[in-house]
Ligand binder design. Structure first.
Ligand code: BES
Ligand code: MN
Ligand code: MN
Length: 456
């Protein structure tokens, strides 16, 4: 093991160069114009896996390709499957970036670029941890498989089918995913729960055409007004609860032990507020901030359109207004059931004079992995060795759709070993990743396969 770690230390600069190459590819899965760059990132990843000694190829899914790689020469040893995603979120709004999103720039200990933490830097750390064994020790101590996908940021819907059709290929003993974060600097964490999502768009249609707001104002239902009223009714202003009937029916309540564990975590609320630039954190009554973010459902507007939004004033009543609304889901909420409840409720809120139409932009089930498995203890140890600090257990508010798919189709729970930090600005301008944490992540991956192999 010593020579593997020494090898990692000796290659620090090369690792950064390789990450920067990948970060320069604008592999934005949501943007159809970037299909060429998506493929480039997939090919880069495949070529990386091939060059280090894996058998690797692109697998077509009907959407953006999955990169599959394997090295299966450790006979009789367990198989560890690493998952990651090479696609990234759109970088907009561009003018808020201090340096361009696809020109990786180092400031202090951080590299700034879209995808640096989410998820290129994190999955590459795992790839390089395995590469170190290949270059310094003849190969890793266990079998490894990689699936690096290109549609995570657009809900992984093609991957779910692909995984279902390739359960033999993906057969494994452990799954490792580095696509979450540490609890805070100095508190490396294993994430054991993720929220799901049901992402809807609501379209309200009023008059057949945009109207003069003086000639017709007062005569018709204004779709923008109606939409605002509907949105305003989605939460109870007193309790902060979502008003959609039945939304809490299947929610698994926190245990007393879990609440105690969360309360023990060194959550820096003033620092959190400061980072977010807000002076208060109101929300569902009776729950702490961490409880709300990790274990409670949400209903959030992600964007609203309608009417005149250009410069100056234009007196107009729009013919249509729309809102993108996502609901984060927690165990055991079912995204299909929630979609139905949402649509039914919005219909009841719709005033006369407008008609409503819905579109779904993706669904993912929430996930919880057992915290008492031997593999999870091993992952905690490996992270502790890699980061030199004690590991904490936490949950995450985001979603990684494939975690539930793996549980369902392969029967394997994922080890969510996060190398990022909570202030890495995922999906925001100025996304960053600590280069020290990148390096520690590479070591963690090496310790992890070493210990998983020893434990078998
Ligand atoms: N890596 C994130 C999810 C995440 C973030 C997990 C922080 C834990 C902590 C992932 O890339 C992501 O952003 N997922 C999307 C999925 C959605 C499009 C289905 C999300 O959560 O919005
Ligand atoms: Mn991610
Ligand atoms: Mn993401």
């Amino acid at each position: 093991m010593d020579k593997v770690i020494a090898h990692i230390d000796a290659n620090k600069e090369r690792y950064q160069k390789e990450l920067f190459e990948l970060l320069r590819i604008p592999s934005i899965s949501a943007d159809p114009d970037r299909a060429g760059d998506i493929r480039k990132a997939a090919e880069w990843t495949r070529d990386k896996l091939t060059a280090m000694g894996c058998e690797a190829r692109l697998e077509e899914t009907g959407g953006h390709p999955v990169v599959y790689g394997e090295w299966l020469k450790a006979e009789g040893k367990p198989t560890v499957l690493f998952y990651g995603h090479y696609d990234v979120q759109p970088p907009d709004p561009l003018d808020l970036w201090e340096t361009p999103p696809f020109e990786p720039t180092v400031r202090g200990d951080n590299v700034f670029a879209r995808g640096s933490a989410d998820d290129k830097g994190q999955f590459l750390a795992n790839v390089l941890g395995i590469e170190a064994f290949m270059q310094a020790d003849g190969g890793p101590p266990c079998n490894v498989k990689f699936i690096i996908e290109g549609e995570e940021e657009v809900t992984s819907h093609n991957l779910e089918k692909w995984v279902g059709a390739h359960t033999d290929l993906l057969k494994c003993d452990h799954i490792v995913i580095s696509d979450s974060a540490q609890f805070a600097r100095g508190y490396p964490a294993i994430c054991y729960g993720l929220r799901g999502i049901c992402y809807m768009e609501v379209f309200l249609k009023g008059p057949a055409m945009d109207l003069h707001s003086g000639e017709f104002g007062g005569a018709v239902t204004n779709p923008c007004n109606a939409l605002a009223r509907i949105i305003a009714q989605l939460h109870d202003p007193e309790t902060g609860k979502i008003t959609i009937p039945g939304i809490y029916d299947d929610v698994v309540e926190l245990t007393k032990e879990e609440r105690e564990e969360f309360a023990k975590l060194p959550f820096d609320e003033p620092g959190y507020k400061k980072h977010l630039g807000v002076d208060a954190l109101p929300g569902e009554q009776g729950f702490s901030v961490l409880e709300r973010v990790w274990t409670r459902p949400t209903c959030d507007v992600n964007g609203i359109t309608g009417g005149y939004t250009g410069k100056g004033a234009k007196t107009v009543i729009a013919s249509e207004a729309s809102a993108k609304i996502s609901m984060r889901l927690v165990p055991n909420q079912d995204p299909d059931k929630i979609q139905q409840a949402f649509e039914d409720y919005i219909r009841t809120l719709c005033p006369p004079g407008v008609t409503v139409r819905f579109e779904n932009h993706g669904k993912a089930k929430p996930a919880l992995v057992p915290t008492d498995s031997p593999a999870l203890s091993i992952a905690r140890n490996a992270l502790e060795k890699g980061f030199g600090n004690k590991t904490v257990l936490m949950r995450g508010g985001g979603s990684i759709p494939v975690v539930e798919t793996f549980q369902d189709k392969l029967g394997v729970g994922s080890l969510l070993v996060g190398y990022g930090l909570p202030d890495d600005n995922l999906h925001s301008p100025n996304e960053k990743f600590s280069l020290e944490d990148y390096h520690r992540g590479i070591k963690t991956a090496a310790y992890l396969v070493d210990e998983l192999a020893k434990a078998s």
